[in-house]
Design a protein around this ligand. Sequence first.
Ligand SMILES: C[S@@+](CC[C@H](N)C(=O)[O-])C[C@H]1O[C@@H](n2cnc3c(N)ncnc32)[C@H](O)[C@@H]1O
Length: 211
Amino acid sequence: MTQPDAPGAEQRLKALFQVGSDQENRTYYDQWAGCYDADLTALSYPAPQQAARMLAGLVDWRDRPVLDAGCGTGLSGQALRNEGFQVMDGLDYSQGMLDQAANKGLYRHLALADLSQPQSLAQAPYAAIVTVGTLTYDFLGVELVDHLMPALEPDGTFVLCTNARAWGLRSVEDYLGTLVQQGQITGLVMRACEYLPAEHASGMMAAWRKC
Ligand SMILES: C[S@@+](CC[C@H](N)C(=O)[O-])C[C@H]1O[C@@H](n2cnc3c(N)ncnc32)[C@H](O)[C@@H]1O
C-alpha cells in the first residue's frame, strides 16, 4: 500500500468496506496507515476540518484539552490545530495509524485504545471530545459515546462526525435523542456536512454538551 494515486486510493477505500471482522478492520488500518493521508488527500476528505470548525464555533477557548477519539494518522488533530486548539490527546486501536499521528508531533499524548470498550483515561476529564470517521457499518456503533462520556467534563462539548450511511445504520439520531430525554446531554445540534465528496458520500455531524 504505497501508491498515493486517486484510483488506488479509491480501491483501498472500497476494500476497507469489504473487511469481515473488527480485527480485520484494525489490521487493514495498520496496513493502510502509510498512505492513508495521501489517499484521503487524493480523494478530498473535508470531514475533519468541518468537525473542528464546528467545535471552534461552539467554544470560546483554544487552550484546554481536547480528546481526538479514533485519531487515526492525525488528520483530525491537524484540523483541530488549524482551528487554533493547542492541547490534543489522541486514541486509536491501530498502532500503525498512531505511529503516523506521532510523526506529526501534534498530540500531547497518544494511546492505543479500543473504543468498543469502556475507557479509563489518565488525562481525563477533557473540555471537549471529537470523533471523526470512527463509526463503522458493522463493528463500532454509538456505544463509543457511552464509553467516552465519562471522560468529558460537565458542560464539556462532544462533536461527532460520520458518513451519513453509518449515521443511519447506527441510529445516531435516535440514540442522541434518548440521551437528551434522559437529561444526560443538552444543546444538541445535528446537521449534514460534506464527507467524501469524490465518493458521493455525504456526512452528518452532531454536537452536544454534557449535563
Ligand atoms: C476513517 S479513520 C478516521 C481517522 C481520523 N479521525 C480522520 O478523520 O482521519 C477511522 C479510525 O478509527 C479507528 N477505529 C476504528 N474502530 C476503532 C475502535 N474500535 N477503537 C479505536 N479506534 C478505532 C481506525 O483505526 C481509524 O484510525
